[in-house]
Design a binder for this molecule. Structure first.
Ligand code: F6R
Length: 243
């Protein structure tokens, strides 16, 4: 695991975009794993600038989202597919039809999870997966206690994560969905390169556990210690508990 301490979100954005640009330079049809949340926004912004400047193209790319809320109506602004449309798809030149997410509105949610795993495999697997980390150490929506061998499935959000995400739902925790579909930890670990971003002191304990704690389902991100190619981009706040 390579940990890089950055001075600003813009610097993290540049380093993340460098990795993605290098990938598309050598493999134009590469599969990108995309995350929602605040952490990857600087990467999407920088990537958007580079696409507009003609330095990189995602025209042939495929992208797979990490997770989706269950039951948010198709046009709900916080539905992750809609969030990703605004923060990522609209900024780059990817074909929107090549952007995939788990179907949180499927009648048969279990079948939707299986379909999603198959779609990732059929695309050849994820080449570079962007990740954030929750204050409780979750990755995607794999909350503490999630199996380290898990694949895409339905999960119940913890009270902590619902509180953390209430800021996107008029600060009303009751409006935050209770369930989600999420790639499992083993799904994420199958990606060839993981790039995790974290900023601020609220992430310091989770980052410390991820990099220096014992591997445990109680801190799901500790599974990344077993991955051969992980890049962690953290600011001074998020790095403040690293030894
Ligand atoms: C988002 C996701 C979550 C976030 C995490 C951190 O698709 O899967 O695991 O990455 O909750 O969120 P932010 O980046 O908003 O701090």
């Amino acid at each position: 695991m390579e940990v890089i301490i950055v001075g600003s979100a813009a610097e993290a954005g540049r380093i993340g975009a460098d990795a993605i640009q290098a990938l598309y330079d050598r493999k134009p049809e590469a599969v990108l794993g995309i995350a929602t949340g605040s952490s990857p926004l600087a990467v999407y912004d920088e990537l958007g600038r580079r696409v507009r400047d003609g330095k990189v193209s995602l025209k042939e790319a495929q992208a797979f989202m990490l997770d989706e809320y269950v039951g948010l109506r198709a046009d709900h602004p916080e539905r992750y597919r809609n969030v990703i449309q605004r923060v990522f798809v609209d900024q780059v030149d990817i074909n929107p039809a090549n952007v995939h997410g788990p179907d949180g509105l499927a009648e048969d949610l279990a079948a939707a999870c299986e379909d999603y795993e198959r779609a990732i495999a059929d695309a050849g697997g994820v080449d570079l997966q962007l990740l954030g980390i929750g204050t409780d150490g979750h990755i995607a929506f794999n909350e503490p206690g999630s199996s380290l061998a898990s694949r895409t499935r339905i999960k119940t959000l913890t009270a902590q994560t619902r509180e953390d995400n209430a800021r996107f739902f008029d600060d009303d925790v009751e409006l935050v969905p209770r369930h989600c579909l999420t790639q499992g930890i083993a799904t994420i670990m199958s990606a060839r390169h993981l790039v995790l971003l974290a900023s601020g002191r609220s992430k310091a304990e989770a980052v410390h556990q991820m990099a220096e704690g014992p591997i445990s389902a109680m801190w799901p991100a500790t599974a990344l210690q077993l991955h051969p190619h992980v890049t962690v981009l953290v600011d001074h706040g998020a790095a403040s508990r690293l030894q």
